[in-house]
Design a protein around this ligand. Structure first.
Ligand code: CMP
Length: 140
């Protein structure tokens, strides 16, 4: 288990001005931002990032949504970061997310669900490299 993971504040939350609140919530939960950027994903970038979901019925909708506005990828640091962040953001569908989680507080729906988090250490490393180079990150 490593102490870094990748998150994205998605276009619904970023566009609605919720990024500051979400970052504050995560910092309160013990996460440290070690890299951050604001960008608009191209269709090719979103398609590649979510390639694992290619063929799923929601893939087209997911790529369209992720390219619909600016988003904020970040690398976060905390002990056991991948599991800790998945706990902090809650279930994919905000209707099923636990009280006090980011998705319960800030997500609109299963598709427009405010935030992404890597689901394994391997994917955290791959997804971090997708957005950042080593020189973009605070040294551990
Ligand atoms: P995320 O954690 O970014 O990883 C994959 C995303 O696919 C997920 O969040 C949701 O936003 C999206 N997703 C998963 N299931 C559905 C669905 N049934 N309908 C729409 N989007 C979905």
């Amino acid at each position: 288990m490593t102490n870094r993971t990748l998150t994205i504040i998605k276009p619904d939350a970023f566009g609605a001005g919720k990024a500051g609140k979400i970052i504050a919530h995560l910092e309160q939960g013990g996460f440290k931002v070690v890299a951050a950027r604001v960008m608009r994903l191209t269709t090719a970038q979103a398609g590649e990032f979510y390639a694992v979901h290619k063929g799923r019925p929601f893939y087209g909708e997911l790529v369209e949504f992720m390219t619909s506005g600016d988003c904020m990828p970040m690398i976060l640091e905390k002990a056991n970061a991948v599991l800790a962040l998945r706990d902090a953001i809650g279930a994919t569908d905000p209707a099923e997310a636990a009280a006090g989680t980011v998705r319960k507080l800030y997500a609109e729906s299963k598709g427009r669900n405010a935030i992404h988090a890597s689901d394994s250490d391997e994917n955290a490393a791959r997804e971090s490299r997708f957005f950042f180079s080593e020189t973009d990150c605070i040294r551990g």
